[in-house]
Design a protein around this ligand. Structure first.
Ligand code: AGP
Length: 614
């Protein structure tokens, strides 16, 4: 998610804003900018890349003023360019906006404004907000706050904005709709602060007000007046927090990995947002539209990735073959690039990569391109090499993933693959409307089910205590949950350094069962699906040889619980989405074991967040 900082008071606004943005750098970004109300009007400075680039511009062209706001952008709409960097303005430059979130209906709003003769200069959804505010402001009788409120009421999706106007240089207007990151107001002595996250302003004040959904604040140096979207005043009481900035950067969680695990209800919502028309039971992937002529000739997908993303490819195979009836081959990027793959006509490459910079995945995409193949990328980082290399991109919109062990990016990759499977099913007429309706209803319920899984946090820690001293683990799964067995094993080994292997459960008798004894925990993924009874017999085979079983089972399945030593319950959902509900407890099991073993969870030894070299 993007970073927001605003200031009004006696100090130099540009300095405060730049310092605040620096404290939000951990969130990841690809461009930055700020605007300050100077004597001669509002001045804006923007740059791509690191904040040091913006600082250099401010060094050369300083702006002095006491009202200002700044933004670090994690691109969702439009490439990584200075023109797309925030703040954005209306045509006169008198209305200036920074935004966090996604304006789902920005296309129709943009077309409407363009039809009214409004020229656009960027590819962002944010610019729509600036023109909308100006439109309402220009009616004459409007105050900035009223114009912002009216503009926000036009927006679909979750958004947080901060707006300033050259005509009212004594205030900022902040507003929040939905859950697009927070808006926190810092109360100082004769000065006020606005931020998307506490770390930006904690050093200046620890007396904070938090804007809730559908609230708007008028912020002057004297304080803040908060109202709802109907203009009714809202009484807010300040909270004094004693977090240190580093702890606050993790949103109060002990590690970025734990914070990102708990972000999954939101990150899964963000990958869905704007891509499903629930009325027509349609999936929309506008960034794949250029590939529409390919679909009738599509015969096979070659899914390529590395590590966790490769597990997402294996899961995608089950989804796309089942729902779109399209064959999918899965390859490690490092293998694909050197095996001179047979890519017959009608093949398209599907690359899955969080960073978009993994060298083996990129090389596989280039190998395919050199053989005349087109490619689709499911990628998190906007503007990354994979995003630029692909002919069609589905962005995960998961926000920065700081923890080296991939968690929210993985579940977003699986959900993006689910959307792609339905989208291809639509194009290939394999999914009648009523089938799509069920699939999309299941998807709509998923974030809430993820929230239920996360609510059992203490259970996972208790189980972790019982097994933290083991030196080997085996993870077993069948069908679409076999890749999740692999993923659960990878999570454990990469952050706790315990040896762990994932296996298709049917393979146990072909060798691994020789390993079973009382020292070897076996995690068995046994949801109530079509292979549950087979998994139950695997559990009994392990128990018969003195093994210890941690079963992941559908809530209420007491038969499984009775046979296992420990059980992790998950809510019932469709078998296509069970992988998401299974992956999260396995992330938490690995996390708690690693913490109990004193490992560096966010920066495990020998690992890098993105493997950009072979
Ligand atoms: C996953 O926890 C690891 N950090 C690693 O396997 C990662 O998934 C792999 O390096 C691929 O990275 P990418 O998704 O950025 O391409």
């Amino acid at each position: 998610m993007c970073g927001i900082v605003g200031y009004i008071g006696p100090r130099n606004a540009a300095e405060i804003v730049l310092d605040g943005l620096r404290r939000l750098e951990y969130r990841g970004y690809d461009s930055a900018g700020m605007a300050v109300a100077a004597v001669q009007g509002i001045e804006r400075r923007r740059s791509v890349g690191k904040l040091s680039n913006l600082a250099a511009i401010l060094q050369e062209q300083p702006i002095s003023g006491h009202l200002g706001m700044g933004h670090t952008r994690w691109a969702t709409h439009g490439g990584v360019t200075e023109g797309n960097a925030h703040p954005h303005t209306d045509c006169t430059g008198q209305i200036v906006v920074i935004q966090n979130g996604i304006v789902e209906n920005y296309r129709e709003l943009k077309q409407q404004l363009q039809a009214e003769g409004v020229p656009f200069v960027s590819q962002t959804d944010t610019e729509v907000i600036a023109h909308l505010v100006a439109k309402y402001y220009r009616c004459g009788e409007e105050l900035l706050a009223v114009a912002v409120r009216r503009a926000m009421q036009q927006l679909k999706g979750a958004n947080a904005v901060v707006v300033m106007s050259a005509l009212e240089p004594d205030r900022l207007v902040a507003a929040r709709m939905g859950n697009a990151g927070g808006v926190v107001l810092g109360i100082g002595e004769g000065e006020m602060f606005v931020a998307s996250d506490m770390p930006a302003i904690l050093d200046y004040t620890q007396k904070l007000l938090f804007l809730e959904d559908r609230e708007l604040a008028v912020v002057t140096a004297e304080g803040a007046e908060v109202s709802d979207m109907n203009g009714q005043p809202v009484k807010k009481s300040a909270t004094t927090v004693s977090w240190n900035p580093v702890l606050a950067a993790k949103g109060g969680y002990k590690h970025f990995m734990l914070k990102e695990i708990h972000e999954q209800p939101r990150s899964i919502t963000d990958v869905i947002r704007g891509r499903v028309d629930f009325d027509r039971s349609q999936v929309m992937l506008p960034d794949l539209e250029d590939l529409r002529p390919v679909w009738p000739h599509l015969r096979r997908l070659h899914a390529v990735a590395c590590g966790t993303a490769w597990h997402a490819c294996l899961t995608a195979k089950f989804l796309i073959e089942d729902l779109a009836r399209l064959p999918v081959e899965v390859d490690y990027g490092s293998e694909f690039r050197y095996r001179d793959p047979l890519l017959e006509p009608g093949s398209v490459v599907l690359a899955i990569t969080q960073s978009g910079e993994t060298v083996d995945t990129l090389a596989a995409m280039e190998e395919a391109r050199d053989k005349g193949m087109q490619s689709i990328a499911l990628v998190n980082v906007v503007g990354s090499q994979a995003a630029r290399l692909a002919d069609g991109v589905v962005y995960l919109n998961a926000g920065p993933e700081i923890g080296v062990a991939s968690t929210k990016a993985f579940t977003s990759q699986v959900v993006a693959a689910y959307l792609l499977a339905i989208y291809l099913g639509q194009a290939r007429n394999t999914l009648p409307q009523e089938r799509r309706q069920c699939l999309l209803q299941d998807l709509a319920e998923l974030p809430n089910l993820v929230g239920q899984v996360l609510a059992n946090g203490n259970d996972y820690e208790a189980i972790a205590r019982r097994y933290m001293h083991c030196n080997d683990f085996i993870y077993l799964g069948r069908g679409i949950n076999y890749p999740i067995a692999l993923e659960g094993a990878l999570k454990l080994k990469e952050i706790s350094y315990i040896h762990a292997e994932g296996y298709p459960a049917g393979e146990m008798k072909h060798g691994p069962i020789a390993l079973i004894d009382e020292h070897l925990p076996v995690v068995t993924i046994c949801p109530a699906d079509h292979v549950r009874d087979k998994m139950l017999s695997n559990i009994e085979q392990v128990k018969a040889r003195g093994g210890r079983v941690i079963a992941v089972a559908t809530k209420g399945d007491e038969e499984v619980a009775d046979r296992a030593d420990d059980v992790i319950w998950i809510p019932a959902t469709s078998r296509y989405l069970t992988p998401v509900l299974v992956a999260i407890p396995l992330q938490l099991l690995a996390y708690h074991i690693a913490v109990l073993r004193g490992c560096d969870v966010d920066q495990p030894r020998n690992l890098a967040k993105s493997v950009t070299v072979e």
